[in-house]
Ligand binder design. Structure first.
Ligand SMILES: Nc1ncnc2c1ncn2[C@@H]1O[C@H](COP(=O)(O)OP(=O)(O)OP(=O)(O)O)[C@@H](O)[C@H]1O
Ligand SMILES: [Mg+2]
Length: 421
């Protein structure tokens, strides 16, 4: 069954809510102050950007202090009836069974338009005389509509938690889900979410659900997600322009690293130049571009860049002489760039695996990784019994097995076979 991780791993206590220590403390001490009688400010106005933990903090607050939480979406407070009910609830501190009550009016921004003025005014009137703590939540406390209401409230700001705090939360989730995640990968997700914890958790679930490992390589492509569209339109121009000029202009337009663009063009060429003769011409143009790239690297003569650009854009565009358009073929992410973004730790682990293979097969560790590992992986993912045999023969450790199998399901099956024999 699908369960959103924002719900499944929602904090159950205030200590689990990351960031915003001061705000949390302010909430706790204000609610505690009710024990000594009704305080001057009978309501708290919590505000801050989306997804930073406003709602969940109030829920945890009530749970931590053993209070009964009455949670309402403020936009329901448009009707007179609802307001009257609210007034009734707020008129007593204790609930029916002796517990204390905390009222949460969430998403106050939901009350819009002139007709709803009454709504905010009615809420204000109730706050003035409330006999139990009321928490109001909105994104923007400085909205003029709230001016009067605000003056009766203790204002508490929730801020975007720093990336390190978000990482802490993501780590906790990974532990519970049994995912070994690289610190770098989590940092990347956290930084990208810019303090919106909800979206960070959603990203994590999208990227890591069902995996046993989460590496930097698994997430780093996200950096290109936003730019992918740009690269795709450049590639479309390069492969399908009828004129040299348009193809060349594509590069200026894009402001992408030339080496990276080269890789994109090179790896996508076979899928987009279907006629063999066209492909030969395209590859020849790329080969020439590559010769100039090499020359630039050796001589630092950047003037030659012009030729690199000409060959890899106009040269490729003009390669299509026989074949027409190939219909819609998606551009694929270059393997080489994926490989380069792989983390150092992962490369080190692969090298270790290569060394184990080398011992048995008398070949270099590098060749072992390139030529043997892919086949081992296929076996790992299709025949756990054979895989277990290989694990013993090569003497792979647990971490290696996990890395090769690339999936919890496979790892578990192999481990089962290892244990039974
Ligand atoms: N500071 C946090 N610590 C841990 N989890 C968080 C935090 N902030 C948000 N979350 C996660 O994101 C979900 C949504 O958070 P919450 O509903 O509290 O956001 P909000 O600040 O009320 O946002 P909105 O303004 O959109 O209502 C939570 O259920 C929780 O899973
Ligand atoms: Mg909320």
């Amino acid at each position: 069954m699908f369960a959103a991780w924002t719900v499944k791993h929602k904090p159950r206590a205030l200590v689990e809510v990351v960031g915003n220590r001061e705000a949390k403390e302010a909430l706790v001490s204000w609610v505690r102050s009710w024990d000594a009688g009704v305080p001057k400010k009978r309501a708290v106005f919590v505000y801050g950007p989306p997804g930073v933990g406003k709602t969940v903090s109030v829920e945890c607050l009530a749970r931590d202090l053993g209070m009964e939480l009455v949670e309402k979406n403020a936009s329901d407070y448009r009707t007179e009836d609802a307001v009257r009910r609210f007034a009734g609830l707020a008129s007593q501190y204790g609930s029916l069974f002796g517990g204390r009550r905390l009222i949460l009016l969430d998403e106050l921004d939901g009350i819009t338009g002139a007709e709803d003025r009454g709504g905010v005014a009615a809420i204000t009137d109730i706050i003035k005389i409330a006999q139990c703590p009321v928490v109001l939540v909105a994104n923007d406390v400085w909205d003029p509509r709230f001016a009067v209401l605000r003056s009766y409230c203790l204002v508490v700001e929730f801020k975007k938690p720093p990336a390190g705090e978000v990482v802490r939360h993501l780590k906790r989730i990974c532990e519970k889900e049994g995912i070994a995640a690289e610190e770098e990968a989590l940092k990347f997700i956290a930084t990208r979410s810019e303090g919106d914890v909800r979206s960070a958790v959603n990203d994590l679930q999208a990227l890591a659900a069902g995996k046993s490992r989460l590496t930097y390589a698994d997430v780093s492509w996200l950096a290109f997600r936003d730019r992918k569209e740009v690269i795709f339109s450049v590639l479309r121009l390069i492969f399908y322009s009828k004129s040299c000029d348009a193809a060349k202009r594509a590069v200026d337009m894009a402001d992408i690293d030339l080496d990276m663009l080269f890789q994109w063009v090179y790896e996508n060429a076979p899928a987009h130049l279907k006629e063999p003769e066209d492909l030969v011409r395209g590859m020849e143009a790329l080969a020439k571009a590559d010769i100039y790239r090499g020359r630039i690297a050796r001589t630092q003569d950047w003037k030659l860049t012009r030729y690199v650009v000409d060959f890899m854009t106009a040269g490729v565009a003009m390669a299509r002489q026989k074949g027409g358009s190939v219909g819609w073929v998606p551009f694929k992410f270059p393997e080489k760039i994926k490989m380069l973004s792989r983390s150092r730790a992962e490369r080190a682990l692969e090298h270790e695996i290569g060394l184990r293979i080398k011992r048995r097969m008398h070949m270099s560790a590098n060749r072992a990784v390139k030529e043997v590992l892919p086949y081992v992986r296929v076996i790992f993912q299709s025949n756990p019994e054979w895989a277990a045999g290989l694990v013993r023969w090569f003497d792979f450790n647990e971490e290696m097995v996990e890395h090769i199998a690339q999936g919890k399901k496979y790892t578990k099956q192999i481990q089962k076979h290892l244990q039974t024999e």
